[in-house]
Design a protein around this ligand. Structure first.
Ligand code: FEO
Length: 398
């Protein structure tokens, strides 16, 4: 697809394909590359673009546009999201046509003014506001945190078409433009949700609620195939994956331990007794065979996270840092943490893990507990007391 494609009457895909991309944003592996989808809507009175492309593809993008309209005739660029993979061609476009007015959220305008040192005319839209292009209408639906504070959807009611920005996308560049023209990419669709959208489940619930009652027969995300076969399936998948965890009669505690010589695990046994004595329900995993997906699920179910770690070479070992690195990729139910561990020489791990949890805005209701080598009977009593205090700190009282 080196050229544009008409996806509805006078509505065109003008994006870019990047099939050879192996790692998106130098963060996420992309086995089948990605696409940067952008669109042109040619109304009877005004011409609007929906997003642009990554800067690397600016020439290709402008070339596609010029086959459809003189660039000087473009009236509006809708910036659903300012991240540079979608706004990367904006600077060149504005140099060519400085009269373009940008429609975006207030956060989007602020971000654009900081990302690009270019003067531009901007209109910050309100939720539900409409812009008439003559025979076509653009309706802007605020969708903050999918996945930046600036994000919004743009709905084209005359065509039952939603430009959904990053939401409902996939890093997948197939042979065809639409989901019914490519191989099954459900794994990429789910991976994309997990890596990009998952931390924002509450926002996803709010945004998908705004789509209730909207007729959508074509869902046009910013990455991957356009969804014309069963577009609601993608929206319902987000609803399901972003659902709030079911309520539980007991407070849930996730207890994660790493214990090279069994001492930290002995402490964990006593901590668990204390937690359960005080009414908490405990799920315990060793970190030696960490399963990211399983831990993510449990983190989202838990009211509190309790970590038991040894100190090795004056630090917490890599499996502990690994699990700490997962915390920002989930929507935790509760943000209460507690840390304990056995050490041989110096015992820095407990404090370092506590600092990390504090940095992630966790509450630490009980001071970390560390003992040297094998915990004594008195130490084990202290561990039980530690567990009881953590459980009791969870509200409502267990
Ligand atoms: Fe595809 Fe958040 O940019």
């Amino acid at each position: 697809m080196s050229s544009f494609a008409e996806i509805r009457p006078e509505v065109f895909w003008v994006g870019a394909r990047h099939p050879e991309l192996e790692v998106f944003d130098e963060l996420f592996p992309t086995r089948h590359g990605t696409t940067y989808n952008a669109y042109l809507v040619r109304g009877s009175e005004k011409i609007a673009l929906i997003d642009t492309v990554k800067g690397l593809f600016t020439d290709e993008y402008l070339d596609k546009l010029q086959k459809l309209v003189p660039l000087s005739d473009i009236d509006v660029v809708v910036v659903n999201h300012t991240e540079p993979d979608h706004s990367g061609a904006l600077g060149r476009l504005l140099e060519i046509n400085p009269d373009i007015e940008i429609y975006c959220t207030r956060a989007g305008e602020n971000f654009l003014r900081q990302i690009y040192e270019i003067p531009f005319r901007a209109h910050a839209v309100s939720d539900g506001e409409e812009l008439s292009l003559g025979d076509k209408t653009l309706r802007f639906l605020a969708a903050p945190n999918l996945h930046w504070p600036d994000t919004m959807f743009t709905y084209l009611p005359e065509e039952d078409l939603l430009f959904s920005c990053d939401a409902f996308g996939a890093h997948y560049c197939g042979d065809g433009l639409y989901n019914d023209q490519v191989e099954d990419f459900s794994a990429e669709f789910h991976f994309y949700f997990d890596t990009i959208m998952r931390p924002f489940k509450a926002s996803i619930r709010e945004a998908t609620a705004k789509l209730d009652g909207l007729s959508i027969t074509l869902l046009c995300p910013s990455h991957g195939p356009l969804l014309r076969r069963d577009p609601l399936k993608a929206i319902n998948a987000y609803r399901e994956w972003a659902a709030a965890p079911p309520p539980s009669a007991h407070k849930q505690v996730l207890l994660l331990t790493l214990s090279p010589h069994g001492n930290t695990r002995s402490m964990a046994g006593a901590v668990r007794e204390g937690l359960e004595e005080a009414g908490a329900q405990v799920t315990e995993f060793g970190l030696v065979d960490l399963n990211d997906e399983l831990v993510r699920e449990e983190l989202e179910r838990a009211d509190a996270l309790v970590i038991g770690s040894p100190t090795i070479n004056r630090d917490a070992p890599p499996p502990v840092w690994r699990v700490l690195s997962l915390l920002s990729s989930v929507t935790p139910k509760g943000k209460v943490g507690a840390v304990f561990g056995s050490f041989g020489w110096s015992g820095e791990a407990t404090k370092l893990i506590e600092e990390r949890l504090r940095g992630l805005k966790y509450q630490l209701p009980v001071e970390g507990l560390s003992f040297r080598f094998t915990p004594t009977a008195k130490d084990m009593d202290a561990c039980r007391d530690f567990g009881r205090k953590v459980a009791r700190s969870l509200t409502p009282a267990v």
